[in-house]
Design a protein around this ligand. Structure first.
Ligand code: FES
Ligand code: FES
Length: 158
């Protein structure tokens, strides 16, 4: 069975005819938005994290039809209009928080939501770790990722 889904993806309105069994991850990647990765495919690793109405979701578990009427953000949409990196993306680079990079798009989206929710608030490194508990990284040991988020929270938001 198929259904029409209308949603915004990175600010652009899309109307798509989707298989009702398709995940949001499958829908996004079929639209060429391959920045969002499939790791485990069962909600364990967070590589597929995107924001739906500014909340992080595992897009491998989130049906594409649930996105109807909602605003979806992926890592591609975080680039500035001039093609520059977002503050979170730049902080990852500056902190050396990227190694193989497979987890990075999902982590960037979790960090973006975390920074947006906690701007101007006092947060501990433990809070940052807990805020990224749904994202696994097998390379970095997480320290540099926490450093990157700390840098963003200390920087005045744009
Ligand atoms: S691919 Fe979705 S949580 Fe691992
Ligand atoms: S940088 Fe390799 S899994 Fe995170």
């Amino acid at each position: 069975m198929r259904q029409t889904v209308t949603c915004t993806v990175n600010g652009k309105t899309l109307t798509l005819d989707v298989d009702v069994r398709a995940s949001l991850l499958e829908m996004l990647r079929a639209e060429g938005l391959t920045g969002t990765k499939q790791g485990c495919g069962v909600g364990e690793c967070g590589a597929c994290t995107v924001l739906v109405d500014d909340m992080p979701v595992d897009s491998c578990l989130y049906l594409s039809v649930w996105a109807d009427g909602r605003a979806v953000r992926t890592v591609e949409g975080e680039l500035r209009p001039d093609g520059g990196l977002s503050p979170v993306q730049q902080a990852y680079v500056d902190a050396g928080a990227v190694q193989c990079g497979f987890c990075t798009p999902g982590l960037i989206m979790s960090s973006t939501a975390f920074v947006e929710r906690h701007a101007g608030k006092r947060v501990s490194r433990e809070d940052i770790r807990r805020g990224h508990a749904g994202n696994l990284c097998r390379c970095t040991g997480y320290g540099a990722i926490v450093d990157a988020v700390e840098r963003c929270l200390k920087t005045k938001p744009e």
